[in-house]
Design a binder for this molecule. Structure first.
Ligand SMILES: *Cc1c(COP(=O)(O)O)cnc(C)c1O
Ligand code: SF4
Length: 491
């Protein structure tokens, strides 16, 4: 059997042509290969759909929004254009979507904003990738724009700052929870505001519901964080998050890298950003910023230290040909990129979507590192999944691609237990939705409890939560069954 043109065309929907050097393309040995008889296929040819991850949207997709109809590619690629035209008020949304959506949708958003604990900030890039014909079900709309009709009451066991980060903060803006890792939060702004943000207790400006703590980017405050890190010889690994490192000026980004790398015991740095998912063009058009990142990576390498970049893609819909180019740029400049996703109901909890995301990231040389069980955050019950749903998803995803590109499904244990392999619970009851975890490396005297969203529990389980007087019995029973009743529950 010969590999026919027809076979090839069934899988050919990729717009990626790897730029092979002429030397290889013209190599006569390839012609010889054409004459070799191909062994009989034991597997059916794959379907076009299964190769979807190789397709990267390279159209002028933004021009379908009337407001951006005349925006050229150059203009769209300019990060200033993106920032200036980001939607930060619901009124902007009204103007932008006037002809695109039903007025009832806008009303739904207005009502949603009243309940939401976050402000909004949505780039033209993301606005253009939302399917406005069906915004209620769109995975990007769900991440960034609240609607009242989605709203579900909070779980009764939910608290603000569910990760208790403040208890592990020796100075404002630094979390030292694990033995050798620290989390540095240099600023409180982001290129986008995610509704599901764990740090909604600190990120973005004040809204009616949450009077926020302030992490204003006062470099003096940073010095305290650096002094603390320098005074703790066990810290080898610093995560620089935020807010979001996309919002640091190139000079500041470089400065943080240099100061931290200069501390002898600091061996590993990670810059974390949601930016590539919402403003991928910045990497290509704000070359000063990308260069600062690349320089930090190179400085680290010269010193024998590892500096990498962590992204936060949640949906394959966030990824276009602009993203591919941006990630390729970093790859060619030697920047290791890893991704951390948050598992969100209706966004990426469908196996097909998660596999698509994982393969698409891998195709761009972005390593899927973690998928987080959604934290217990206010006003977001409709976005959480049950532990059992997440574990089922993991079973399906594992094996879909290389093991090193297969994300580990983790939960950040409420009450400050840190990240736990989702599978590693000591007890889990699908009826009450209560799971019990231990985290000996963080605190071996405690147990950590997570609660599945009540609306997804079986009817009998839902009934168990209707009487607040019985909640403690449910919890105590779970603790008893876990076999760790001598340990103290964290929250
Ligand atoms: C997530 C996190 C880290 C990094 O953890 P890894 O599992 O190594 O990715 C460090 N400190 C804090 C407080 C964190 O939340
Ligand atoms: S970019 Fe990160 S820190 Fe900022 S709102 Fe989103 S999840 Fe939170």
């Amino acid at each position: 059997m010969q590999y026919s043109q027809k076979d090839i065309s069934t899988i050919e929907n990729a717009n990626i042509v790897s730029d092979l050097p002429d030397k290889i393309t013209n190599d006569k040995r390839w012609d010889k290969l054409q004459d070799v008889e191909i062994p009989e296929h034991l597997k059916d040819m794959v379907k076009k759909k299964d190769m979807e991850h190789r397709y990267f949207n390279d159209t002028r997709f933004w021009q379908k929004i009337p407001y951006f109809k005349n925006v050229s590619k150059d203009e769209f690629m300019d990060v200033h254009f993106q920032n200036q035209n980001s939607v930060t008020k619901v009124d902007h949304l009204d103007d932008l979507l006037d002809e695109l959506v039903d007025p009832s949708f806008l009303e739904d958003v207005h009502n949603g904003m009243i309940k939401a604990p976050m402000n909004i900030r949505v780039s033209p890039y993301i606005m253009s990738l939302i399917n406005w014909e069906n915004p209620l079900n769109d995975p990007l709309r769900k991440q960034f724009i609240p609607v009242a009709s989605d709203f579900k009451p909070d779980h009764p066991k939910l608290v603000l700052d569910s990760l208790s980060e403040q208890e592990d903060s020796p100075v404002n803006g630094l979390v030292h929870r694990y033995f050798d890792k620290a989390l540095f939060l240099p600023l409180d702004v982001c290129p986008v505001y995610c509704r599901f943000c764990t740090r909604s207790y600190a990120i973005g400006s004040d809204t009616d519901l949450v009077a926020k703590l302030s992490f204003k980017p006062v470099p003096n405050k940073w010095h305290k964080a650096f002094a603390y890190i320098a005074s703790r010889p066990e810290i080898e690994d610093v995560v620089i998050s935020g807010g979001d490192t996309y919002m640091l000026t190139p000079a500041r980004l470089r400065q943080i890298g240099e100061l931290l790398l200069a501390i002898p015991h600091v061996r590993r740095l990670r810059y974390a950003s949601k930016g590539p998912a919402v403003l991928p063009m910045k990497i290509l058009s704000d070359k000063e910023w990308s260069q600062a990142l690349i320089d930090s990576v190179e400085l680290g390498r010269k010193m024998g230290k590892d500096v990498v970049f962590h992204t936060h893609f949640n949906s394959p819909n966030e990824i276009t040909d602009i993203t591919r180019e941006a990630m390729l740029y970093l790859f060619k400049h030697g920047v290791t990129v890893r991704n951390q996703s948050v598992l969100l109901r209706g966004v990426n909890d469908d196996p097909e979507d998660m596999i698509h995301l994982v393969r698409k990231l891998s195709y761009m040389n972005v390593q899927p590192y973690y998928v987080y069980q959604h934290d217990m955050v206010k006003g977001l019950e409709e976005m959480r999944t049950r532990v059992s749903d997440s574990l089922e998803l993991e079973r399906i995803v594992r094996g879909a691609t290389a093991g090193y590109n297969t994300p580990l499904f983790v939960m950040d244990a409420p009450g400050g237990g840190g990240k736990r392999d989702l599978h590693s619970y000591d007890y889990y009851d699908e009826l009450t939705g209560i799971s019990v975890y231990r985290s000996p490396s963080v605190d071996d005297s405690k147990i950590y409890l997570y609660y599945d969203p009540i609306d997804l529990l079986p009817e009998k389980g839902k009934k168990l939560w209707t009487d607040p007087k019985k909640h403690n019995d449910l919890i105590n029973d779970a603790i008893l069954q876990s076999g760790y009743k001598e340990l103290e529950p964290a929250l």
